[in-house]
Design a protein around this ligand. Sequence first.
Ligand code: PFF
Length: 458
Amino acid sequence: MNVSHETWSSRFVFLMAAVGSAVGLGNIWRFPYLAGENGGGAFVLVYLLCVALIGLPLIVAELVIGRRAKQSAVGSARTVAREAGASGRWVVVGWLGVVAAFLILSYYSVIGGWLLAYLPMTASGAFTGVEGAAVATRFETFLGDPWGMTLAHALFMAATVLIVARGVRAGIEQGVKIMMPALFAILVLLVAYAAVEGEFVRALSFLFTVDFSRIDTEVVINAIGQAFFSLSVGMGAMITYGAYLQRDTDIPSASVTIAVADTAVAILAGLAIFPIVFEVGLDPSGGPGLLFKSLPYAFGHMPLGAAVGALFFLFGLFAALTSSIALLEIVVSWAEEHRGWKRSHAAALIGAVVFVVGLLTVFSFNILPRIAGLGFLKIYGEDPNVFGLLDLLTNNLILPVGGILIALLVGYVMRPEIVREEYGADPLFGAWWALLRYAVPLAIAVVMVFELARPFFA
Ligand code: PFF
């Protein structure tokens, strides 16, 4: 079905939406704990290389596909392949994206719900003067209660649906215009606080001192997976947002802005969190709970902590929401086109199904922490439950495969003149083209082979 989509009302608002999609839980929750678990500086170094050499070229490639075809990830993949006289089977690029977005959103919303739940808790002064160990226990108790988490997950999902249902201009644009500036302002405040109150120098050395012996295939695959997740590439988010782009937007410079802003927020989040982790004596490799144990403690011990802490969770929530709307938009734009559904109906229906699937992640932290048959996940450093499975499946498998296919689609299938036209006059075309055709697919493939072969080494 030929649906004509809305366009962004300005270049700047597109950038806010795209940066909003990139900046999210990946930066403020996942990056710090992955860095903590994977050796600090070693991980950060590999991560930066992955962003520059793999992630950035792929953002450009996705925007090129999207703006060329002006359709959903599925429709766009098919259109650009057909236009080049290639097989319609390239549509699989779009399908992988829709499936990944759906699965990621199902757990993303659960973690978004954690932020939502922590907002009133912090505001009410529940952490004021409370000791570190007690703050950690509080988080464990929260995870142990499936009801509270389900409620928070439902509210987060409902907010996402309400925004996306209103459309690109009336929904997504209005949302990011309010949420993005606020997010940046509060992050700067938090880093300043960490610099004054926490062990800032130790955090700097943790994040930037590289112990090369820590770099192994697991660190590399985690860094690639995180680069994909954090930059929102490999699953058609940038194809989807690129489809709403107007001709006057320069794709290479927009892509650099997205990658730089996203990386800066990840590092700043690390610098807001680790000084406090060290100050309090928490373990930096504390896993997914890191954010929810260190920050409430810190807020409990600073002047106006309850208010500032609530503000942090509010803006963390904004970061998560500007990402979850992108995830839902990937699926909704497909449903509008291919199922002919009205946007508001598509958003509500898909949101409801995502909510139900998300319950499996809720249960992963309490009633179903271990599922027989998922024990193999431990080899990959994941917990043997649905959350672990989804994390591995999406970030370490579907997104990298999606990345390879996107690189091949733009690098080999699309006609070079068309790619060139979308890319524009930027002088770095040759470098980008070479990265996309050779380095990106090869690097991802090699790392994936090592990753998949891990059980044989273990
Ligand atoms: N980039 C987001 C984050 O770092 O939290 C996650 C994400 C959002 C991935 C939107 C993909 C996407 F389409």
